[in-house]
Design a protein around this ligand. Structure first.
Ligand SMILES: Nc1ncnc2c1ncn2[C@@H]1O[C@H](COP(=O)(O)OP(=O)(O)O)[C@@H](O)[C@H]1O
Ligand SMILES: [Mg+2]
Length: 263
């Protein structure tokens, strides 16, 4: 049916999504393979965040099913889900006065409880998360005193501190300068290549999606309109159909992935 040899790590089948009297998606299907980086792209309002929130169990689907390793999410406890899957929401607001270290520590909560004797490992996980996002020096600052980019990296660190196999990141590079955008993309690629993670992320920069991701899923009006390897997705026709831009596509000279230049 899905064409996958192995059970997808995360799968949505016939999802219906919406808010009160607003329907966003009907009959959405997506299967994520373990160990891959998937980019969700599409114009504003196309339903990317809605899908990510449903996959993270933040938003209850109206119908359909989400499966983690083949088991429906609704048959798992929320703590069990939180140990497997972390989400970086698009708009995340920290309580006033909260310090960077405290916010990152919240990523550890699903892991504490009965295992609180493992305190040393919590410190290690927080240290690793903060060091790989370059925010160790900000540990004692309050989150509301940070720049947009520093704050964004703090939220990413919180998601990383959760040490889940699956990371769902909604526009992780927004607010970041180019240097930090590249750092985040390279961190994601490293997490997937060397630390067994699976990542689904919403990206606005299609060239970045093409360069760093294994797969691009393009949405428009709540529907998945294209899904595949960047070379099959970043084409002039798709750019026109999905994003309403006329563009040329060339091979990027560094890694040979497709890259578009608007006309
Ligand atoms: N909390 C909400 N209540 C009502 N409508 C919403 C809410 N969040 C998003 N929407 C609507 O759902 C649609 C999809 O939004 P969203 O998933 O945020 O799109 P994207 O992330 O692709 O920009 C949009 O029309 C948006 O206005
Ligand atoms: Mg969004």
């Amino acid at each position: 049916m899905t064409g996958y040899v192995t059970t997808p790590i995360l799968e949505a089948v016939d999802l219906g999504l919406g808010y009160r009297n607003r329907t966003v998606s009907e009959h959405l299907d997506i299967a994520i393979e373990k160990g891959t980086v998937t980019a969700l792209v599409g114009p504003n309002g196309s339903g990317k965040s809605t899908l990510l929130m449903a996959l993270a169990r933040v938003l209850a689907p109206r119908h359909g099913q989400i499966r983690l390793d083949g088991t429906p999410l609704r048959d798992r406890s929320s703590i069990e889900t939180a140990r497997r899957l972390a989400i970086l929401p698009q708009t995340a607001i920290a309580p006033q006065g909260l310090r960077v270290r405290e916010l990152v520590e919240q990523g550890r909560y699903p892991r504490l409880g009965a295992l609180s004797m493992l305190r040393r490992h919590d410190d290690e996980a927080m240290h690793t998360a903060m060091s790989s996002t370059g925010i160790l020096h900000l540990a004692d600052r309050t989150v509301d005193s940070l720049s947009g980019g520093e704050r964004q990296r703090t939220w990413i660190a919180m998601a990383l501190a959760q040490e889940t196999e699956i990371l769902l990141l909604d526009e992780p590079t927004t607010y970041l300068d180019v240097r930090h955008q590249i750092d985040v993309m390279e961190l994601v690629v490293d997490l997937v290549a060397n630390r067994g993670k699976t990542v689904v992320m919403v990206l606005h920069d299609l060239n970045q999606a093409a360069r760093y991701c294994d797969r691009i899923v393009a949405m428009r009006d709540g529907v998945i309109v294209a899904d595949g390897h960047p070379r099959d997705i970043v084409t002039p026709t798709l750019l026109e159909d999905v994003f309403e831009i006329r563009a040329r596509v060339v091979a990027d000279p560094v890694v040979g992935r497709p890259m578009f230049i608007a006309e």
